[in-house]
Write a protein that binds this ligand. Structure first.
Ligand code: MBD
Ligand code: FE
Length: 301
């Protein structure tokens, strides 16, 4: 069976400073903050009710990822696939589906122990126009490319590769990069739609489940304004403005209020079919603030 996952549909974050995140996600990044409940708030990026749930309970880490399938038959097919491959999962209850505002979901963990949800039927509030948290010239690139990509912690990269391949993702090692200790980093990038990668791993040991989340603007002006705001507020930048070899996106990496990285981006190319690998990024992406798990050299001399 080929892959049924069609996009990274939503993400749950656990944060200790809800107000700092409101300011970061709303005023700087441009997401719409939706307040409905006591213990969480929502971030909107498009017509969906939300794309990110911010749980204000204090973990400062990824809480869960939500991978979308088209409908109920596909969810049942994924359940069969998980069973055939000996992956434990639970069918989410009606209450759990309501909590996520989806029609149905499965709950499991990926091989790295990252809480993973596979769902269908998100609530789309097409009656309520998206209203960015700060004025924007364009939009967030979502649609059939999902909300972005993330780099996740794994303890066994081969197991992770098998798991995501089993779900239909394609990808490979896409870089060989020298590490300070003389070893070579061989990160793996995988896609499930036109976005160059929706999930990546293989960056070695990480203190948190997530290293970074990439969010893409449709308009260079919005990307530039975000970069200005980050610089004006002197927030930590781990990698400066630059262009990746794999997705060809213009990006930079800045610290979010939970102490992991946010990668605003613009103009990524679409995923390619046949695998390639690179030994360097194209320009920029110089190391700046240290200690965010991005201290490897992305560019050869
Ligand atoms: C990415 O999005 C990324 O985060 C890294 C480290 C390399 C290539 C593309
Ligand atoms: Fe990235």
């Amino acid at each position: 069976m080929t892959g049924k996952i069609i996009e990274l549909g939503y993400m749950g974050l656990s944060v200790s400073d809800g107000d700092a995140w409101r300011k970061f996600a709303g005023d700087i990044i441009g997401m719409q903050v939706i307040e409905e409940e006591e213990d969480r708030y929502y971030l909107r990026m498009d017509e969906w009710h939300h794309r990110i749930v911010v749980h204000t309970d204090g973990d400062d880490d990824l809480a869960y990822l939500g991978w979308r399938v088209a409908g109920q038959p596909e969810l049942e097919e994924v359940a069969v696939l998980l069973e055939q491959n000996g992956v434990e999962y639970r069918v989410g209850s009606e209450e759990e589906a309501q909590e996520r505002k989806v029609l149905g979901l499965l709950k499991l963990e990926d091989p790295g122990g990252n809480p993973t949800e596979i769902f269908y039927g998100p609530r789309v509030d097409s009656h309520n126009p998206f209203h960015p948290g700060r004025p924007m010239h364009g939009r967030f690139l979502t649609g059939n490319q999902g909300i972005g990509h993330c780099i996740l912690r794994q303890t066994d990269d081969d197991a992770a590769y098998k798991f995501y391949s089993m779900l239909g993702f394609r990808g490979s090692v896409e870089y060989h990069l020298p590490l300070p200790n003389g070893m070579t980093a061989k990160p793996i990038f995988m896609h499930c739609n036109d976005r160059d990668h929706s999930v990546a791993f293989g960056m070695g040991p990480m203190p948190k489940r997530i290293n970074h989340f990439m969010v893409e603007y449709t308009d260079l002006r919005d990307f530039g304004i975000t970069h200005d705001k980050i610089r004006q507020e002197a927030r930590d930048v781990a990698l400066t403005l630059g262009m990746h070899s794999n997705d060809r996106a213009l990006t930079f990496y800045c610290a979010n209020p939970s102490g992991w990285l946010w990668e605003p981006g613009w103009a990524a190319r679409k995923a390619i079919d046949a695998q390639e690998y690179y030994v360097s990024d194209i320009f920029g992406h110089d190391n700046e603030a240290e200690g965010y798990g991005m201290d490897l050299k992305m560019k050869c001399d």
